[in-house]
Every structure is written in C-alpha cells, then in structure tokens.
Design a protein around this ligand. Structure first.
Ligand SMILES: [Zn+2]
Ligand SMILES: [Zn+2]
Length: 261
C-alpha cells in the first residue's frame, strides 16, 4: 500500500475525473490521499471531497504563492480545522522563487499557520522554495518543533539540500519526495533522498503537477505515487514493500490517522 501525502484533486482537471482517479489509486495500491488546500475560497470543495470519500483526507491553509486572496487569521484557521477529516495545516511556507519584492506578508502568513498548528495540534505542510534559511528560522522562532511545543509536520515536494533536510529533521519534520526525484536531471535531489532515513520520509504526487517518470509532462494523479515509491526503493536498494509500508506508517503517525479508513 502507498499513500499520496500531498495532492490537489480538487483542481478542476482532476475533480472532473474522480471515479477514474479513485480506480487508478486502487489499481496501484494507493490506499489514502491527502488533498491539500491552497486558499480559503477553494476550501469548501477540499472539505467536501474529504467528507465524500473515507480514504481522502484534507488540510486547511493558504499557499505562499497566492497573493490576491483572502488573508487567513489564526482564529479562522483554527475554526476551519475543527473537523476530523482535516488532519493538517497548510500548505504554507515561503516561496521567493515565484514572487519578488517585499514578501513580509508571506512571512506573516506563514507565522499565522504555525500558530494555528500549535493550537489545533495538527501538523504543518510546508512549501519552501528559494527560501530555506528563512523557512527554518521562522519554524524555530514560532516553536513549530515538538520540543518547543509544536507538532512539526512535513517539508513537502522537497527540492532543497541535504543540509536543509537535516535541519528540518532535527526540528521533528518529515521530508516528502515527489515525482521530481525520478527525473533524470535530479541527481542532487536523488543524493539527498539516499541520505534521508526511510523513517523520516513521505511520498507524494503534488498532482496535477509533476508527474513522475514514465508519465512526465502529463497530468499527474494520486495513483502515480506508486512510481515515486518504486523509484525510492531502487535508489536505496531495498524492497519496494518496505518503502510502501514505512512511508505509510509515517503518514499515519504524523497525521494521527487510523489505518482503517
Ligand atoms: Zn507546494
Ligand atoms: Zn501542493
């Protein structure tokens, strides 16, 4: 069994094909998926999917790349997270690659999410791009680590260095690899994945984006997370069953999800 720890199946290109998407998950042994919120206007759809399908879970949060969107307050996130199918806060974080200029609003929004995570005891889904130093610094300042009273979370779609992975793991976070790790050009990231212990690893699709080899360039979907798992197994030279079992166990542990949906 595999779990897609990060997807956007509420996006129109996937939401319109739900029966097909669920069938492909079943075919590939993908038992659960976490549908991740990117803004507040989309949240009702995300929550509706999680309520409709027992093995689909959801998060609440506002993505750092969404500039012209309602800004969440801590109280709002806490209230929206008050549902058994909402298992995480995010995606949140910093992205200095997509946006330029004074990004103080991004850092403030990130702090809001960390505070909501500490109150709700629901882990963070972190998006970080070209901003790893500030990301780690703010996680420390806001007490995201369990030893600082937080509940940690996951660094999703990880593309940073081994040093950043180690800093995140030290803060109690998991590292999640997407289809990017299967790309021929991703030599540095493959070296990082080799070093990250399986006990701290999750796998994801980030669908509809970033389809893994052999589907690169096509619309991604949760069923394809199996290809990420198979790649990690080959890379580490361990049985694919071990990758599937451990990354699934990590998911259940981090997000406090009971295995039987
Ligand atoms: Zn992201
Ligand atoms: Zn995402």
């Amino acid at each position: 069994m595999y779990i897609d720890s990060h997807c956007h199946i509420n996006f129109p290109e996937l939401a319109a094909r739900m029966p097909e998407i669920l069938a492909k998950m079943a075919d590939n042994g993908v038992t659960h998926a976490l549908c991740v919120s990117v803004d507040l206007p989309d949240f009702p759809q995300v929550l509706a999917l999680a309520h409709e399908y027992p093995h689909i879970y959801a998060s609440v949060g506002v993505h750092p790349d969404y500039e012209d969107t309602p800004e969440p307050t801590v109280e709002q996130l806490v209230a929206l997270a008050n549902d058994p199918k909402i298992i995480a806060i995010g995606e949140t974080g910093l992205d200095y690659y997509r946006l330029e200029g004074d990004l103080e609003w991004q850092r403030e929004r990130f702090r809001t999410h960390i505070r909501a995570s500490r109150i709700t005891r629901k882990p963070l889904i972190i998006h970080t791009r070209s901003a790893s130093e500030d990301t780690i610094r703010i996680l420390r300042e806001e007490g995201a680590a369990p030893e600082a009273g937080g509940v940690a979370g996951v660094m999703h779609c990880f593309t940073e260095s081994l040093e950043v992975a180690r800093a995140a793991i030290e803060l109690g976070f998991y590292i999640s690899f997407s289809g990017i790790v299967t790309f021929k050009s991703a030599k540095e990231l493959q070296a990082v994945a080799l070093e990250v212990p399986l006990e701290r690893m999750l796998i994801e699709t980030d669908s509809p984006y970033l389809a893994p080899v052999p589907f690169r360039g096509r619309t991604n979907e949760p069923g394809y997370v199996a290809h990420v798992g198979e790649y990690i197994a080959r890379l580490k030279g361990i049985p694919v069953e071990e990758v599937a079992a451990q990354t699934s166990a990590n998911f259940f542990k981090l997000f406090n999800v009971k295995e039987a949906a």
